[in-house]
Design a protein around this ligand. Structure first.
Ligand SMILES: Nc1ncnc2c1ncn2[C@@H]1O[C@H](COP(=O)(O)OP(=O)(O)OP(=O)(O)O)[C@@H](O)[C@H]1O
Ligand SMILES: [Zn+2]
Length: 627
């Protein structure tokens, strides 16, 4: 195809871009400059100050406005005659159904979360529209191409589960700062300011459980007339003092571990907090409650500075008071948000006090925020490179140049002098439940587990279904939708509370469930296996879903790259702790079988196990796409 034909393919194409953030801004600009003329953008977010350093289509005056709309307007200024439509909405909304997707020639993802990526993958499969998927994490990035029936879909390869920590490490025996952060944000912050009804393992208790000074259930409740300073000290003493003492009384735990030190407020805080320069009373009446912060009240300016125990204790108290004084209405509904300054201050301080107690090095607010928010600082250049690669692949897709499709990985360290590693796409995984409709196996205690557990932990969390429907034989057990009448809703709600074996159509060992999402046009079968016991640490969900494996046929085979210099192949494996590639294996492709050469390189991973990020997934790439 000559340049003229390529240009007309570009000009005639209708493109959907999902996400107008770091990658999206670059992508929209590159699409417009490459000659694309009909572009839809979906983004659900508004612009934040923290976006401005890299999302260059946005200015300070746009803060609070729709990303999709502002991005559109910015590009129309230098390409006024092209057609750009913006949708300030969640791509999971029902209006973006299969018919909506069918109008596009290609869909380009610039998203930042697995959930939305999976949803778009399913709609692209259902609408039979090619998808170019992307992601970046710092210096790492990737662009992959997914064409139904020809290449693997986005979900053909299992994604590494987010990093989790054993409950007892978090509640009783932290050894790293990240453990203290998880405790401060998921347990303490959630207990104080989040939904009170949620289960919470906050209370560290000795096995005899007798030594906690108070009825733990009551400690976190603040009585109407309770003085806020008293309340703050009570929480402080409970979580950093009594609970540590209670834990210490369990001698077994500390046989081979460093013993933590209980810390009480009277050791570190002045008798009266009003003696300090910080006090909520000093807050000016004009303060915007949503941006309220403890740091300025305590004369703390530099987020990169390391605070000592006393400063952390003061921040802890001050932040807690500010939540009650300024953000009372939100208490009971808050979840930790890395962009919520007061929440970050509270979590940093609490994590540091706990770290001090356990002899773990303290961290600055800046560092703590990065850990708590799973932040890997974005690199604008990686986004720009990835956006360019997306457009290159989109053009190949439009030209139907299937043999030229490439998945490209941006590496942090050169490998054979290359920072961009192109790999041929692979064929669909026959064991993929999304594109190959392979049945799944669920091991579950059918007598104890409720339908609600199945819906929450498997259908929603694992299978990523938005509007699920669950059937057993001809019996409809559960469905979600707007058009259900009251009787149906009541029936389904009643079913949710029943154990699987008590359902109107009992689900027992050997039962086969059909789970569907009508919006995603996805249906899969689940073979149920009854199992009595689950390992609390290793299988905390109390059920195990399997059957969705890497394609067995793909193991050990190589893939050729586009770089014909040596026809190399890459086998990129992600480290369990994050996006760093633990090892990269390259070998000569099938085109040079007599020379099968294998080498492994280690790429240094300089991060610890601190992230649970949703990031580009670098997995083993093994089998060539069917031509
Ligand atoms: N379900 C969704 N529907 C529509 N847009 C989405 C959805 N999920 C994520 N996005 C958008 O994808 C974009 C991802 O961009 P990016 O990774 O740069 O994140 P960000 O939120 O802009 O930045 P940061 O997370 O670093 O503060 C965001 O603008 C976000 O609103
Ligand atoms: Zn698949």
């Amino acid at each position: 195809m000559d340049t003229q034909q390529q240009q007309s393919a570009i000009q005639g194409a209708k493109v959907l871009m999902v996400g107008a953030g770091g990658i999206g801004c670059e992508l929209l600009k590159t699409l417009a400059l490459s000659g694309f003329q009909d572009i839809h953008i979906i983004d659900m977010d508004t612009i934040e100050v923290s976006n401005l350093n890299r999302q260059f289509l946005f200015r300070r005056s746009h803060v609070g406005q729709s990303k999709a709309k502002v991005a559109r307007d910015a590009v129309l200024r230098f390409r006024p005659h092209i057609n750009i439509r913006s949708h300030h909405a969640n791509v999971k909304n029902p209006e973006f159904d299969v018919d909506f997707f069918k109008q596009f020639d290609v869909v380009l993802n610039g998203l930042d979360n697995l959930d939305a990526r999976r949803h778009v993958n399913r709609l692209c499969l259902a609408a039979d529209v090619p998808l170019v998927e992307s992601g970046t994490t710092g210096f790492l990035g990737q662009v992959t191409v997914h064409v139904k029936g020809k290449t693997e879909c986005y979900e053909c390869q299992t994604k590494p589960a987010p990093k989790t920590y054993p409950v007892c490490t978090i509640t009783s025996t932290p050894t790293k700062f990240v453990h203290c952060i998880v405790w401060a944000k998921d347990l303490l912050f959630a207990k104080l300011f989040g939904d009170k009804n949620q289960d919470n393992d906050l209370n560290v208790r000795a096995n005899n459980a007798a030594s906690s000074s108070k009825e733990t259930e009551d400690v976190f409740e603040r009585a109407e007339d309770e003085d806020i300073d008293q309340y703050g000290r009570k929480i402080y003493d409970h979580v950093f003092g009594y609970n540590i003492e209670a834990a210490l009384s369990n001698e077994e735990t500390w046989k081979n571990r460093r013993r933590p030190r209980p810390i009480y407020s009277k050791e570190v805080l002045p008798e009266s907090m009003s003696q300090q320069n910080g006090s909520t009373q000093n807050c000016s009446a004009t303060d915007d409650d949503s941006t309220v912060s403890a740091m300025p009240l305590l004369g703390l300016k530099n987020p990169q500075e390391l605070w000592g125990l006393t400063q952390n204790s003061l921040v802890f108290m001050e932040a807690l008071k500010l939540f009650f004084a300024k953000r009372k209405k939100e208490i009971g509904h808050l979840t930790f948000d890395k962009d919520d300054q007061l929440a970050v201050e509270f979590v940093t301080a609490a994590a540091n006090i706990r770290a001090e107690s356990f002899g773990i090095p303290l961290h600055s607010l800046f560092e703590a925020k990065g850990i708590a928010g799973n932040i890997v600082h974005a690199v604008a250049t990686t986004n720009a490179i990835v956006a360019g690669l997306i457009v290159i692949e989109a053009i190949k897709v439009l030209k139907k140049d299937a043999d030229k499709y490439r998945m490209t990985y941006c590496l942090e360290h050169p490998s054979r002098k290359m920072l961009l590693m192109p790999v041929e796409p692979f064929e669909p995984n026959p064991a993929c439940y999304v594109c190959s409709k392979t049945p799944l196996v669920l091991e579950i205690n059918t007598q104890k587990s409720k339908l609600r557990d199945l819906v929450d932990k498997i259908v929603t969390a694992k299978l990523g279904m938005n509007l699920p429907l669950i059937m057993h034989g001809a019996s409809l057990l559960y469905e979600v939708g707007d058009d259900l009448d009251d009787i149906m809703v009541a029936n389904y709600n009643a079913n949710l509370e029943k154990s699987l074996s008590e359902l109107p159509s009992p689900v027992i060992n050997g039962s086969i469930l059909t789970v569907e999402d009508l919006q995603q046009e996805l249906s899969c079968k689940i073979n149920v296996k009854h199992r009595e016991e689950f390992d609390e640490e290793k299988e905390p969900e109390g059920m195990v879903l399997s059957g969705w494996t890497q394609s067995p046929a793909t193991n050990g085979e190589s893939a050729s790259t586009s770089n014909n210099e040596n026809e190399k192949a890459v086998d990129v494996t992600e480290s369990s702790s994050g996006p760093e590639m633990a090892s990269k294996k390259r070998r000569l492709s099938e085109t040079q079988p007599e020379n099968h050469k294998k080498e492994t390189e280690n790429v240094e991973s300089d991060d610890d196990d601190l992230m649970e990020i949703e990031h580009p997934v670098m997995v083993s790439k093994k089998k060539k796409r069917v031509e």
